[in-house]
Design a protein around this ligand. Structure first.
Ligand code: SF4
Length: 135
């Protein structure tokens, strides 16, 4: 058996609690709170304690899905991004930039949230930006 402990940061919300991942034979098997982390000081909420579970979940999405004729179909990132880009352009052209909005998430970093709102305002031309914490 080959085991190691890997320090990291919980990715479930923007609080940024410190965690220690337990890795056995290259597989993530457990999560523990990082006692010396200044944010959580050795505590985790229930989501943090189960952080390792979604990594190995058989229902985890591992590639983009495009909905066609009412059914989701697996797609490459290139195809999914082109599809989203083409649909966004068509909607904006027909209905204007305020016909779309950008929803950001507590599960991404502050920097990613910043880029998303910048994309909404500078690239799309709308102030329709909201966050999952307000939904
Ligand atoms: S342990 Fe809970 S509070 Fe801390 S970052 Fe993860 S989800 Fe957020």
């Amino acid at each position: 058996m080959n085991g190691k402990i890997v320090p990291s940061v919980c990715s479930y919300c923007g609080t940024g609690c410190g965690v220690l991942f337990q890795v056995v034979n290259g597989k993530l098997v457990g999560t523990m709170p990082l006692k010396t982390h200044p944010v959580n000081e050795g505590k985790l909420c229930i989501k943090g304690w189960h952080l390792h579970e979604y990594v190995n979940s058989p229902t985890r999405l591992r590639s983009p899905l495009i909905k066609m004729n009412g059914r989701f179909r697996q797609a490459t990132w290139d195809k999914a991004l082109h599809f989203a880009s083409d649909r966004l352009k068509a909607i904006i052209e027909k209905y204007g930039p305020d016909s779309v909005g950008v929803l950001v998430s507590a599960k991404i970093t502050n920097e990613e949230n910043y880029l998303a709102q910048k994309f909404a305002r500078a690239a799309i031309g709308t102030n329709n930006v909201d966050h999952c914490a307000r939904l």
